[in-house]
Each structure stands twice: as structure tokens, then as C-alpha cells.
Write a protein that binds this ligand. Structure first.
Ligand SMILES: *Cc1c(COP(=O)(O)O)cnc(C)c1O
Length: 465
């Protein structure tokens, strides 16, 4: 008699797709890479992608689309107004994510811009579970002040919490006591918090937050960029969700919130696009009025019809259980290899990336000399693997011009969705281990050019003597 699957031996699993088209990769020599990183001012954002072997800069807009998405591109209805693809997208958002109204935008920050301008007044405070670069900047440009209300353990790379993305409700209470609920237009809730290392929020925390918002008459806005990855962690880790589909958990999360901004370049498996979504009719009308100024008509918002079609199809693929298991599983595979070799990484491994703890790998480089920036550059020179800094450079300066000194000084190895194989992950792990073993050779950096905003994108550096 065949035993039920649960009692049989653990079996390997593989990606739930096979490869139909490939893109050839170029390899370079160490001398070529040394030259390339110096020319790029030791900033991996300024490297040419042709000089990169395995590109883990970001998971944004770099997914491999499916054959169905590519077929959908051919169904683009490129009408200026009322494209069929918009209505497909709107219906998909309603069904999968619960939001009644959808306004497409060119990408996530387009949605953040519109939402911040509509809801934030000068002098307002916007609490959120850790800042995100573009999100906070748009809040500040609208006259608001971001307040971090994530649980303390999110700032501790070694803390083993299962839901390190959770909001600390006591910090919200303290903010209300200090400034009053009328100064808080909304709470910004990110699922699978990017800057915390891709750490999830629990459903219990989301529901507690919903109750808090109702009590204080404050809106709850969802940065849903990585909602599917968050739902997968709830399924794996939270009591009562093991037998629920990821799709149903995604819907339940969204239904707790009032509005959402989405960078579809992440979870939704497209190369460009995003949207602003909400349930409130009046907010929708005001968003439509503003979108025509900054993005395009409310039925295309800066996107081609074909892009909206690919997004609608990608949203459905992204919440499939087999897809998300393989996606997060690949990230866990790389994380485990590094951990087994004793490389300090953020624990537990998050949904979209493995984060190297640069403070512990380069203890001889002071944070004022940008250890994570230096480590990312050294990794590139070793193997052509491109990672990025998520530490003091990304955190920028405060209103008085002083560096924000975040506790987390990290290098992010971000895994694109459906792009690389397990063998690529092995190559990455070997290179990281090699660089960590020779960490003493890595020197700190100083700015030679520092932009006023979002300095990590275009800043240039040189090694300190
Ligand atoms: C990428 C991202 C954004 C911004 O989206 P873009 O599409 O890059 O403009 C906002 N929030 C989070 C959490 C993100 O990861």
C-alpha cells in the first residue's frame, strides 16, 4: 500500500517551470573588473550590466516573464483611453487583492508620490514598519515626517524572530500620545519588509493594527510590493494557516487594509509597472484627478496596454503556491550555504534576498567608511557578482546633515524571480565565502561625489588610504 505523502521520506523539489529561451552571460577577468569598479566610483549601481556576471543588484523589474505573459504582450490594446488590458488588471486586483479601485502608475514610486500628495499635510507624521527609500522621500516631500514603528528586533541582524517585520503597537500609542491622531494621516504597513531583510509581518499583527487604526480613525495603507512572499511565510510559520493557499492569505492581508501602493516590478513578475489601489470612492476620484497630471490617464497611468496585460497575468502567477515555494526556497538555499560556511548573515533569511552583515564581516572598517559599500565592491571584483549596499549610504542624512547611522549595515544579495539556477547560487556562495575569508584586504571608502537625495544610486567613492 502507498503511504500518504506526509509520512514518506522528504524529497527534493525543483523549479515549477522549464527554460524555453536563454540569455548568454559574459565573463570577465579580475583585472577588467578592478578597472570597471574604479570607473564606477565603487558603486555597483554605476556598473554597466555587460560587465556583470551574476546580477543580484535588485529583484526589481528583473523577473523572467512566462510564455503566457509574453503572449499577453501581444494582446496589448494600445488605446489612449479605456484599454481592455486596464479592465483586466482592475478585475485581477479586485479578485486577488480585494481593492475596489486601481490606478496604474509607471512604477511603485509613482503610486507613492500620488498617495503622499493626497493624504499628507505639512506637519503630519507617517508611522511605518521601517523606512523604504522612495516611500520615505515622498512622505517628506509632501511635508510629512516618517516615524519608525517596527519591532526592535528588526534592527538586530541575529534575532531569530519569525515575524521581524511586525509593527510595535506600543510605538504607535506613544506617537499618538506625543502628536495626536489628527496628525497621523495613515499608518504605512509594508509586507515582507525590504529594509529589514525581507522579514514578514504576521496576520495577527496586521489584524491588531487594523483594530488600532479603527480605534483612532487612522487609515491603513499597504506597501504590497512583496505581499505574496509575506503570505508564504504566514502559511509556513503562523498557527492556523498551514492548510491555506497563498492566494487566500494574500487576499486576507489586503482586505485588512484601506489602500495600497504596488511596485509590480517585484512580486508581480513584470519588468515595469505599478499601481495605487484603494476602496474609498472619494480618494479614488482625487487620485484620478492627480494621475492625469503626473502619470497619464487613469486607465493607463504611464504604462502601455501590453504592460498592464503582462501585470494582470503576472499577479495570478505570483500567488501560486508552487511558484512562491520555489522563489523563497531558492533564497533559503543560498542563505543556508552561507550560514553553513560561517558567513554572518541576517537571520532568519528573508523572502527576496540574503543580507550579509558587513559590520561583522569587516569589523576593521568603521561605519563612517561605508563597510557595506566596500564589501559589495570587493565581491564584484572577486567574481563579477553584483550586490548592493543597504546601510549608512542608503540611509542618507538627517535634516541637520548628519549621516543616519542605521544599526544594520548590510550587503543585499537580491535574487531575481525565475532567472538563475541553483548552480548560479553555488557560484555566488563560493565567492562570498572567499571574500569573507580575505576580509582584512578590504578597505573603507569615502565619497568623491555625494548627491543630495537617494545618494546610494549615483554617489561615487574612492578607497581611503
Ligand atoms: C521597490 C520598492 C518601492 C518602489 O517601487 P519602484 O517600482 O522601484 O518605484 C516601494 N516600496 C518597496 C518596499 C519597494 O521594494
Amino acid at each position: 500500500m502507498v503511504q500518504p505523502a506526509t509520512t514518506r521520506r522528504q524529497r527534493s523539489w525543483a523549479e515549477p517551470f522549464k527554460i524555453k529561451m536563454v540569455e548568454l552571460l559574459k565573463t570577465t577577468t579580475a583585472e577588467e573588473r578592478q578597472r570597471a569598479i574604479a570607473e564606477a566610483g565603487y558603486n555597483t549601481f554605476l556598473l554597466k550590466s555587460q560587465d556583470v556576471y551574476i546580477d543580484l543588484l535588485t529583484d526589481s523589474g528583473v523577473s523572467a516573464m512566462s510564455d503566457r505573459q509574453w503572449a499577453g504582450m501581444m494582446l496589448g490594446d494600445e488605446a489612449y483611453a479605456g484599454s481592455a488590458n486596464f479592465y483586466h488588471l482592475e478585475a485581477t486586483v479586485r479578485e486577488c487583492y480585494s481593492y475596489r479601485h486601481t490606478v496604474p502608475t509607471h512604477q511603485g514610486r509613482g503610486a507613492e508620490h500620488i498617495l503622499s500628495r493626497l493624504l499628507i499635510k505639512p506637519g503630519d507624521y507617517v508611522p511605518g514598519n521601517m523606512y523604504f527609500t522612495t516611500t520615505r522621500l515622498h512622505q517628506e516631500l509632501a511635508g510629512g515626517t516618517f516615524v519608525d514603528v517596527i519591532v526592535d528586533e528588526a534592527h538586530d541582524a541575529q534575532h531569530e524572530g519569525l515575524f521581524k517585520g511586525n509593527v510595535d503597537i506600543a510605538k504607535l500609542d506613544a506617537l499618538v500620545a506625543r502628536v495626536g491622531a489628527e496628525r497621523i494621516p495613515y499608518v504605512s504597513l509594508a509586507t515582507c519588509v525590504n529594509m529589514a531583510g525581507g522579514q514578514p509581518v504576521s496576520m495577527a499583527n496586521i489584524k491588531a493594527l487594523r483594530a488600532w487604526c479603527d480605534k483612532h480613525g487612522v487609515r491603513l495603507v499597504h506597501d504590497m510590493t512583496r505581499v505574496a512572499e509575506n503570505a508564504y511565510f504566514i502559511q509556513q510559520r503562523e498557527a492556523g494557516y498551514a492548510h491555506r493557499s497563498v492566494a487566500s492569505i494574500v487576499h486576507e492581508i489586503c482586505a485588512q487594509t484601506d489602500a495600497a501602493t504596488m511596485s509590480a516590478k517585484k512580486d508581480a513578475l513584470v519588468n515595469i509597472g505599478g499601481f495605487l489601489a484603494m476602496n474609498d470612492d472619494d480618494l479614488y476620484r482625487r487620485a484620478c484627478d492627480m494621475i492625469v497630471v503626473y502619470e497619464g490617464l487613469h486607465t493607463y497611468g504611464g504604462l502601455a496596454g501590453r504592460d498592464m496585460e503582462a501585470m494582470a497575468i503576472g499577479i495570478r502567477e505570483s500567488i501560486d503556491d508552487n511558484h512562491i515555494k520555489a522563489r523563497v526556497g531558492q533564497v533559503e538555499y543560498l542563505g543556508k550555504k552561507l550560514e553553513d560556511a560561517g558567513v554572518p548573515i541576517v537571520r532568519p533569511v528573508g523572502g527576496h534576498a540574503v543580507f550579509l552583515d558587513a559590520k561583522r564581516i569587516l569589523p576593521h572598517v568603521p561605519q563612517a567608511q561605508y563597510p557595506a559599500q566596500a564589501l559589495a565592491a570587493a565581491l564584484y571584483v572577486d567574481s563579477g557578482v553584483r550586490a548592493m549596499e543597504r546601510g549608512v549610504v542608503s540611509a542618507g542624512r538627517d535634516a541637520e546633515g548628519r549621516d543616519h547611522m542605521p544599526r544594520l549595515e548590510l550587503v543585499r544579495l537580491t535574487i531575481p524571480r525565475r532567472v538563475y539556477t541553483q548552480a548560479h547560487m553555488d557560484v555566488v556562495a563560493e565567492s562570498v565565502i572567499e571574500v569573507a575569508e580575505h576580509a582584512r584586504d578590504v578597505r573603507g571608502l569615502r565619497f568623491t561625489y555625494e548627491p543630495d537625495v537617494l545618494r546610494f544610486f549615483l554617489g561615487r567613492f574612492e578607497p581611503v588610504a
